[in-house]
Design a protein around this ligand. Sequence first.
Ligand code: LIP
Length: 265
Amino acid sequence: MTLPTDLLDLATRIAREAGDLAARRRREGLEIATKSVAADIVTAADKEVEAFIRAELERERPDDGFYGEESAAQESRSGITWVVDPIDGTVNYAYGIPAWAVSIAAVEGSADPATWTAVAGVVYNPVSGEMFRASRGGGAWLAGDRLSVTADVGAAGGLVATGFGYDPATHEPTLALLGRVMPIARDIRRIGAASLDLASVASGRVDAYYEKGTHPWDHAAGVLLVEEAGGMVGGAPGGRPGAGMVIAAGPGFYGRIADVLAPEL
Ligand code: LIP
């Protein structure tokens, strides 16, 4: 039986090496292509870094499954699947904004975000050197500091992180949603990487995060960070985070932001 801490140690080592590879490639210059729409970009580094992560995981744990942003899914034979975003915050990475991360999560169960259970996860920002880590039941950590969400928000309201999809057709409804959130917010932060948004909730740097249209690899590790830091997550049917919506906040604010977002769920 593999312990969550064993999976966490493996994810930590690989994320650090993958992040340092991505940072080297950034310094060397990028080749950029587009995916779904003009603003949805992918770099050669995204694919190279995911291939590196995948090869390391296959070498160490050949029976595990894989579910990544840039390559085909692989069914698990061990009951563990690795959910990977090699460079989350791709636009920040391309522009040189120091807010992008390697996100690696180990989940138990089928490769279905609606039912899997994350047991270990890391979000690594190679620019800041911050390695956010969590294992199920083991807490969430940044270096030697245990992470904790904010307990509640003051009279000014919550500091709320959010994001916008690449497809311009989604921007009007997303802005309308933001207009509904602002009355309970002191301000918003648009960091540009869901995994770092969730790490910010877990570390109390923001009070909440919500976003429509993210992918499981964007949030699989970050959601575990928030849960292990005493926070609440949800947004999709069954109280799980999903493509329809991810909501994460401390227990004192979660109900308020979830109520405001409820018509979207
Ligand atoms: C990004 C997310 C971000 C979202 C962007 C994009 P990517 O993921 O981390 O929260 O607002 O639209 O989806 O594409 O950089 O891996």
